[in-house]
Design a protein around this ligand. Sequence first.
Ligand code: A2P
Length: 317
Amino acid sequence: MKKMPDVGFGLWKVDSADCERVILDAVKAGYRHFDCAADYANEQAVGQGIKAAIDAGHVTREDLWITSKLWNTFHHPDHVQGACQKSLDDLGLEYLDLYLIHFPIALEYVPVEKRYPPEWLLDPEAETPRMVRAPVPLADTWAAMETLVDKAMVKQIGVCNYNSGLLHDLMSYARIKPAVLQIEAHPYLTQDNLIRLAGDYGIKVTAFSPLGALSYFEIDMAKPADSILTEETITEIASAHGKTPAQVVLKWGVQRGTAIIPKSSNAGRMAENLAITDFDLTDDQMAAISGLNANRRFNDPGVFCEAAFGLFNPIYD
Ligand code: A2P
């Protein structure tokens, strides 16, 4: 089985208009792992970028690791295969390396022909738009995900945004075990228990938003004062190694055993984020960075669903 590269490239919030250039730059910089999702509303454009990179001879499909994610409105077993096929068609691929359940939140089905991606609201045009839960057990969704592996549409399957209770539950019934758990993790949200539990179960963890608040400035969910890059512990370690603060934060993520999926639209920062293999953090430096943990979560449905969609919908306690 192909190994998932430790440093991937996240496609969340990359504009469709930029995707082809961004993917080409990222492939040229050395990225082989791309983290996509139906909900990012750019999979067709990502597909064009992948095709351009392959047609130009920079990579083959086999060189690449492509992840996508099942959106919340497609959890019912009747809709899982169609949702996966839609991502495959948009990305222009025969198979995904990894397909993840995006959130442990099932929402009312919205047909692809009606609206795509469906996002969170059932009826965004209504006078009072509603986010509407669907009564679909995650076990049923998982069984449908397993069928995608059986049909060779995806090589491996996994989950995102699960807590430890949901992970225990999933492991109790999974015929095909989850290969990957994708969660928010950075020095302000170290997630030690969940990462340790995943390790005990043999599940690889991918950290999204590995640079913490930086992902959230542009969507007004964090302020520059929340940045990890100006934290003294980080800047001192960065000077000691002749590296940038971002490189130190990303190295900490990889050195603790998680994969990371930083995103940058800038070719220089793309290269910077990959150039973290020529130094190691000491045990003391690792511990000092982990000591910054403040359980500070930026991507929390318990906060943003109520603020944006009028439904109190926590999934973490
Ligand atoms: P930009 O695209 O302009 O480089 P995350 O990976 O956590 O989602 O963070 C993405 C955010 O971090 C983007 O706003 C990106 O901006 C910024 N970013 C990515 N790499 C770096 C870096 N090495 N130094 C500073 N900012 C970075």
